[in-house]
Design a protein around this ligand. Structure first.
Ligand code: SF4
Ligand code: SF4
Length: 91
């Protein structure tokens, strides 16, 4: 199916929108899939544990959760999407 990409506009400044992942360190096995996958470099690896930390949260694309299903242990969580939809307008 052909999809057209719509223009997205954030209706408030990005640093006012708390949409970004959280990593459950207990579940994380340090496979680095999320770190390698994220094109926005939201994650950095902790020098001591080798596990990802959400170092640049406001670089995360609002309403994207692309890395969540990549995690083999379900360690990545995002907030409820419906609570953030009003921050984005599509044209
Ligand atoms: S949702 Fe996308 S931009 Fe945000 S942390 Fe995951 S891969 Fe990076
Ligand atoms: S993909 Fe999941 S298990 Fe792998 S490093 Fe990221 S959070 Fe940890």
């Amino acid at each position: 199916m052909l999809q057209t990409r719509r223009k997205r506009t954030l209706l408030v400044d990005r640093d006012k929108i708390e949409w970004y992942p959280a990593v459950d360190a207990e579940r994380c096995v340090g496979c680095r899939i999320c770190f390698d996958f994220c094109p926005k470099k939201v994650y950095e690896l902790d020098a001591a544990t080798g596990k990802p930390v959400v170092k640049h949260p406001y670089e995360c694309v609002v309403l994207c959760a692309g890395c969540e299903p990549k995690c083999p242990t379900g360690a990545i969580r995002f907030p409820r999407r419906e609570d953030f939809e009003h921050f984005v307008r599509y044209e």
